[in-house]
Design a protein around this ligand. Sequence first.
Ligand code: HEC
Length: 129
Amino acid sequence: MKIKLITTILISITLFSCEKDSGPYIVPPTVVPSVSFSTEIQPIFDSYCISCHDENHSYLNLKSCCSWYELSATGYNAPYIDTINPEQSTLYKRITGVIAPVMPSTGTPLSQNDIDIILRWIDEGAKNN
Ligand code: HEC
């Protein structure tokens, strides 16, 4: 009798927990990006990069027509953007000189603020916003 009761209880528990199994258990965090690609990142490219990185550059066109799409693609020292490990992004490694030559390769270097904002943009998912 006791065994029957225990078995019934165990079966009920199992069935109950199955019913409760209807997730979602992991609710993805809603990251609201603080950096805007079009108003904060593209202007950096416009000022420091497109003199070389235009449609004639063999790897990477950073003009506003194309920059986000080209950066989203896989680069020569791939990938340009790594949102899981932002510091491993080729874009970031180039602007910090981890991969030489540091970009921009001539002229005024990027400010630390510009470098930080590009890293933050990648960290927030590199949105085309
Ligand atoms: C004076 C010209 C010049 C300027 C200005 C310049 N670049 Fe470059 N960039 C190059 C050249 C040339 C290469 C290829 C060199 C190499 O791979 O060794 C390159 C390569 C790169 C690469 C690697 C491409 C790949 O597929 O591996 C990235 C990323 C990059 N540049 C980003 C930038 C950014 C961002 C800026 C502006 C902050 C910039 N560059 C400014 C000339 C320039």
